[in-house]
Write a protein that binds this ligand. Structure first.
Ligand SMILES: [Zn+2]
Length: 405
């Protein structure tokens, strides 16, 4: 049954629902505790009769624990339903059930969890949330020894809302997640870290957003900012796409149907890394090389920019400066503008990325996983449940099956 400090008074079958009902009461010493602070409190009243908590199924039958739910008066927290040893405060499910859900959510599809456990996804979200709240308290401070971090903003609810995610660059683990994307949001993390540990942060990898810049400048003035290569390359890809769109609309306006059609279908050939191209896509690229010089130059600029980050290292700084010079005089407006923007705001951050060899493999994989989890979390009611799901999978927690060491 996996219940501690609990007396089992009887077991019966509820014939109308085919559910197993286990009558229980807490051991005397576990009774009459405040759910908030666990202190022994005087009884307030007997509450509203018997209450049920869903437990792990008994065979194919649903199983519930049933007990009185007396209320206590805590000096600090007021009148509350007394804590019970078999369930988390305020929960309608037992601890064992909560832990089983949490364990399965990491290992099973969303649909399978709902069918197997006969719960809605929203309920699963509430359960993970309270399990993780408890795990967080038990884990205490996990922010010691952090030297290099990556900060990223991730959108959810169809881009309507944002989370700020801080990852330990050295372990790849999620350290902290905050709601929103602002200097104040990231400030919360640095305040949690405290001034002494903020001083020990040497490198912050980020996407170039100004609010990250300002938060780092205020809380960790010693830290060096690095521009995350993934985002930097995305800028070049965007510039390439703008050139492609211009070439396409010009061709269409001037009635060059074949060119317009060809350029339209060339998107993937231009986007993909050359080593991943199919034969057809390679042929497309050669066709562009022959028929459209500006678009081909834009392609080369994007590829060259990507190559700068491929290995990193100080010698790459020369390559970066050569690229900036080339892009500045290429006469393709999107690249001229990108080069100017990098020169004015981001050259130093890119140099740090290269010199300290901040690669993006680990961060990209964390980001991919987070985005996947945000999709899995679709259907959760509260943002807290979504954050709990991400932490559960990516923050290095180990939630065990009930009753297993
Ligand atoms: Zn209390």
């Amino acid at each position: 049954m996996q219940v501690e400090n609990t007396v089992v008074e009887g077991v019966r079958l509820d014939e109308t629902t085919d559910a197993v009902i286990v009558s229980v009461r807490p051991f005397a010493r576990a009774a009459r505790c405040c759910p908030e602070c666990s202190k022994q409190c005087p009884l307030y009243d007997r509450g509203r009769g018997r209450r049920r908590w869903r437990s792990i199924d008994f065979g194919s039958s649903l199983c519930f624990l049933e007990a009185d739910a007396p209320r206590v008066r805590c000096a600090e927290h007021g009148v509350r339903v007394a804590a019970v040893p078999w369930a988390r405060p305020g929960a309608g499910h037992t601890r064992a059930f909560d832990d089983l859900v949490t364990w399965l959510v990491c290992r099973m599809s969303k649909a399978a969890v709902q069918v197997l456990l006969r719960i809605t996804w929203r309920t699963a979200g509430e359960i993970i949330d309270r399990v993780m709240v408890e795990a967080d308290v038990a884990a205490g401070d996990r922010l010691d020894g952090v030297r290099r971090i990556a900060v990223d903003e991730i959108s959810y609810r169809r881009g309507q809302r944002y989370l700020t995610v801080v990852i330990n660059y050295d372990t790849g683990r999620v350290l902290w997640i905050g709601v929103g994307r602002s200097k104040a949001t990231l400030g919360e993390f640095f305040i949690l870290l405290g001034p002494q540990r903020c001083q020990q942060i040497a490198l912050v990898s980020a996407d170039g957003a100004d609010w990250i810049f300002y938060a780092v400048a205020e809380y960790c003035p010693e830290a060096k900012l690095c521009l995350d290569p993934f985002h930097a390359v995305a800028w070049a890809t965007k510039a390439l796409d703008e050139v492609r769109a211009q070439v396409w609309s010009t061709a269409r306006r001037e009635g060059q149907k074949a060119l317009a059609q060809g350029v339209k279908g060339a998107r993937y050939s231009l986007w993909k890394n050359p080593e991943d191209l199919t034969e057809r896509q390679q042929a497309k690229l050669s066709w562009i090389q022959k028929t459209n010089r500006p678009l081909y130059v834009a392609y080369l600029l994007k590829e060259q920019f990507r190559q700068i980050f491929a290995k990193g290292g100080e010698e790459r700084v020369e390559l970066l400066d050569a690229w900036l010079a080339w892009a500045s005089r290429c006469q393709l407006t999107p690249f001229v503008e990108l080069a100017r923007r990098i020169r004015v705001h981001f050259r130093e951050d890119i140099v740090n990325t290269l010199v300290y060899r901040m690669s993006n493999g680990r961060l990209e994989s964390a980001n991919t996983k987070i985005r996947l989890l945000l999709r899995v979390a679709f259907g959760f009611k509260k943002t807290n449940a979504l954050i709990a799901l991400v932490k559960l999978q990516l923050a290095g927690y180990d939630i065990r099956l009930p009753g297993r060491a």
